[in-house]
Design a protein around this ligand. Sequence first.
Ligand code: FUB
Length: 335
Amino acid sequence: MAKSSTISGVVFIILAVLFTFMTLSDGGYSGNPVFEGKYADPEGAVFGKEYWIYPTSSLPYGEQMFLDAFSSEDLTRWEKHPKIITYKDIPWLRQALWAPSIVQKDGTFYLFFGGNDMHEKGEGGIGVATASSPEGPFKDALGKPLIDEVVNGAQPIDQHVFKDDDGKYYMYYGGWRHCNVVRLSDDLVSLSRFEDGDIFKEITPEGYVEGPFMLKKDGKYYFMWSEGNWTASDYRVAYTISDSPIGPFKRIGTILESDPEIATGAGHHSIIKGQMRDEYYIVYHRHPLDQKDGNDRVVCIDRLFFRKDGTIVPVKITDKGVKAARLGRRNFRMF
Ligand code: FUB
């Protein structure tokens, strides 16, 4: 009796371990798009052991009044977090809640967004909302935009917040073919001056249209942006490499663009760093080949590779997407 219960116990443990391995093991590929629905301007992030994506709701213009977020433990199965913020949480928002960017500091999540598709001072601009968890609920932090004017010709939209290794936060932003960089204060809800006294610095590289993004890798600053028309097939992403977060930024080349076999208008991207040394993912939107409207945009992920000399290999956009990869442990497969 004692012997058979010992055997049952061992069998139970083996089955439990096997089951755990099977459920934790990395399955297939994400497929593209990575989740259903019309979404654009995706900002990827990693919080703890989860990947997150914060996109614009690419609905008809008048309905772009809320943001959903998506989280995943392995890049393939995504959980939708509906309406992490809506116009009801932003007293000054009337239309066009666009292109979020998120950072976490001291337990608070700061969600930066474009509001109202501002053309004239006082109409809207770049706002910031806060929450105590990545799925919100987010609430407007200021009761007004953080940037509410056109400086250096840059429409205040498409902000991307980047934290440098020295702890300084920079915000790159701008539509209408102009890009500015500002520094955020330690509270992340106000601007501070650069050492030379400037608040706004124009850093527009050749070809720039909108959608700036900064990545630091091996001590170099990879500045990237979207070119072309977001409703059309010429939309694409270009990049440069600099020794400084404020440039100069001299265009090197295109890294993401349409593939007539797969999809068109691939652009407005961000990058997620995986856990392995050179594991990078590009998160972007694109138009399906049967696109009927500029807002027919879906969010996709593909691998981003660097050459030995530090330059970026142009991305091969795919229908397959990326292979499952978990954070916080070694990736392995049993089956
Ligand atoms: O999604 C709204 C706008 O379309 C973004 O602000 C632009 O970058 C373009 O993707």
